[in-house]
Design a protein around this ligand. Structure first.
Ligand code: 5GP
Length: 178
């Protein structure tokens, strides 16, 4: 892995493909144990979670269903603080054990929005799985049930995460090189 340039910024290697896959496996193993005998509904938060969601689901050995919502809050390398719902939930979650799958939890604004979207829809349970978590940036109090890797408060790219729409296809994670 080398330093790369995406648009006008330089990024250095941060989490290798191998370490990412270990983190995905760790989360999948826990979910497989916790949901034994249940049939969870996995809700992926687009766009950023698509790679994690796909790899995670391949390691889930439970009978399960999937759905997606699409939210957006970032512009460039900063959060706007406002989370927009671009595609909402189009199915009933009543009585279901829901696992929300996020790429990264930063301030927690997106999580708050998701809880708002799911509240009063009578899910049996709601848990959150995220590949990356920035504890120093987190401002909310919702519990985050499954975390792949805790990272410092820096801007990262790759494995689904973008900079101005670019870099999502990278198979490992890079961090802003400043
Ligand atoms: P939050 O709402 O928790 O502040 O941020 C969640 C969303 O912001 C993520 O789903 C992701 O789209 C975006 N985000 C937060 N931190 C980063 C980052 O370091 N890199 C990238 N590419 N996106 C981020």
């Amino acid at each position: 892995m080398n330093i790369i340039t995406v648009k006008d910024k330089s990024f250095k290697p941060f989490i290798s493909e191998e370490n990412l896959q270990e983190a995905v496996q760790k989360v999948a193993n826990k979910i497989n144990i916790d949901y034994q005998g249940k049939e969870p509904l996995f809700i992926g938060v687009l766009n950023g979670s698509f790679m994690f969601f796909s790899d995670l689901l391949k390691s889930i050995n439970l009978s399960s269903t999937v759905s997606f919502v699409k939210l957006s809050s970032y512009q460039g390398i900063e959060t706007t603080g406002q989370v927009n719902e671009l595609i909402g939930l189009d199915e009933s979650i009543e009585g279901k054990d829901v696992v929300v799958v996020e790429d990264i939890v930063d301030t927690g604004n997106t999580l708050e929005k998701i809880y708002g979207m799911l509240a009063e829809k009578k899910a049996k349970s709601i848990k959150i799985a995220t590949l990356l978590y920035k504890p120093e940036a987190y401002k909310k109090s919702f519990s985050i049930d499954y975390v792949g890797v805790e990272i410092p408060n820096a801007f990262v790219l790759g494995y689904g995460l973008d900079y101005d729409g670019l870099g999502r296809n990278l198979s490992s994670i890079y961090v802003l090189n400043d």
